[in-house]
Ligand binder design. Structure first.
Ligand code: PLP
Length: 406
């Protein structure tokens, strides 16, 4: 039965990461996967997370969680994105499910939309996170793209995006990145967000906001702006959260799917359908990662410590962006100033697939094939060699100093 199978293509990001691991060159630079790394290239543990783990150590509790996960976690996660005094929460017009990371949250949303025939098509930005289409299609939904980037591939084409959103048939879903757009790092301004929300409401489109990087863009509260505008102005919407990046809990798989409804009564019916979708998938979520997040968010001292460390990370990325753009400006004939204006971990560098291949093969500097880079993969020791390698490729001359990783 299995002999006629053909191999599925490697995941464009995780497959490349495997190649990076096998690369024997000592000065290789990994700008591929969306993981925050500190100055030494390590994934740091938040002090608040370490303390929460200590507090949680004790007799093992092995019973299943409820299908929708820990309710206290769901409340804290929803308050984090909507604000602790969100009127919608007081009204009970919301449902939160603890999910297996942001990916698991997207899949719960997709299964729910498909099984209840809420929408047929999910419209997404072009480009978008590589896994978005696959997740919604796997649930049986159609996907379609609307324009996002300008012709130079460096900024938002707001006019083209709004014109395309106008044309989407009423009653379909629009998947947008709540902040720190992946892969481009290009986000709408606050005023543009308001226009987008007004249009979605007018056209009766269902907003699905994917928030995997809250705290990495303009700040923890500022990054929640789009979700809060939607929650305040649109009756029905969906938000997906991931705590992989902003709690550094990548392998714990902690996320949430939050559904906003017109009323508490509708929330109750919707909850039953979300539970049915989860039951047929993984039955109920694991407990440890969500317990860590609940412990941190539920304790003012730990929460303050977590927030301060997250802010340090955000500022470090912003500084890296400035330094990287300045170093490229000195060395390159090509304009990379957009890198200093983008938000979050990622930048669309504007490098062509051929240039990306040369950087990998000749210099051991790894970008995703579409030119996306993880700015948080840069540090004191690899920033200059990386910009020299980029200069060598885009200026097409041999650099005067050979990079350490050549
Ligand atoms: C836009 C976006 N959504 C969702 C996810 C998935 O998050 P998680 O790793 O928590 O599944 C990512 C991760 O890279 C992402 O960039």
């Amino acid at each position: 039965m299995f002999q006629n199978l053909t191999a599925a293509p490697d995941d464009p990001i995780l497959g490349l990461n495997e190649k990076f691991k096998q690369d024997q060159r000592s000065g290789k630079v990994n700008l591929i996967v969306g993981v925050y790394q500190d100055e030494s290239g390590e994934i740091p543990e938040f002090q608040a997370v370490a303390e929460a783990r200590r507090r949680l150590a004790g007799p093992h509790k092995a019973n299943y969680l409820p299908i929708e996960g820990d309710p206290a976690y769901g409340t804290l996660a929803t308050q984090l994105i909507l604000g602790s005094d969100a009127p919608r929460m007081a009204q009970g017009a919301w449902v939160a499910a603890q999910t297996l990371g942001g990916t698991g949250g997207l899949r719960v949303v997709a299964d729910f939309l498909a099984r209840c025939q809420v929408v047929q098509t999910v419209w997404h930005t072009n480009p978008t996170w590589v896994n978005h289409q696959a997740i919604f299609q796997a649930a049986g939904l159609q996907t379609a793209a609307f324009p996002y980037l300008d012709a130079a591939g460096k900024g938002l084409d707001f006019t083209a995006m709004m014109a395309a959103l106008e044309q989407i048939p009423t009653g379909q879903a629009v998947l947008i990145h709540g902040c720190c757009h992946n892969p481009t790092g290009v986000d709408p301004t606050p005023a543009q967000w308001q226009e987008i929300v007004t249009l979605l409401k007018q056209r009766q489109l269902l907003p699905i906001l994917d928030c995997a990087y809250q705290g990495f863009g303009a700040g923890l509260e500022a990054d929640a702006l789009a979700c809060r505008l939607v929650s305040e102005q649109i009756d029905e919407a969906v938000i997906i959260q991931s705590f992989s990046k902003n709690f550094s809990l990548y392998n714990q798989r902690v996320g949430a799917a939050i559904f906003l409804t017109k009323s508490q009564a509708e929330a109750q019916v919707l909850r039953s359908q979300v539970k049915a979708a989860i039951r047929a998938n993984y039955s109920n979520p694991p407990q440890h990662g969500a317990a860590i997040v609940r412990t941190v968010l539920g304790d003012s001292e730990l929460r303050g410590s977590w927030q301060a460390e997250l802010e340090d990370m955000r500022q470090r990325i912003a500084t890296l962006r400035q330094r990287f753009a300045a170093s490229l400006r000195e060395k390159c004939a090509v304009d990379f100033s957009h890198i200093s204006q983008q938000a979050g971990m990622f930048s669309f560098s504007g490098l062509t697939p051929e240039q990306v291949t040369r950087l990998r093969d000749e210099f051991g500097v790894y970008f995703v094939g579409n030119g996306r880079m993880n700015v948080a993969g840069l540090n004191e020791s690899n920033l200059e060699p990386t910009t020299r390698a980029i200069a060598a490729v885009v200026n097409s001359v041999v650099p005067d100093t050979v990079p350490a990783n050549a």
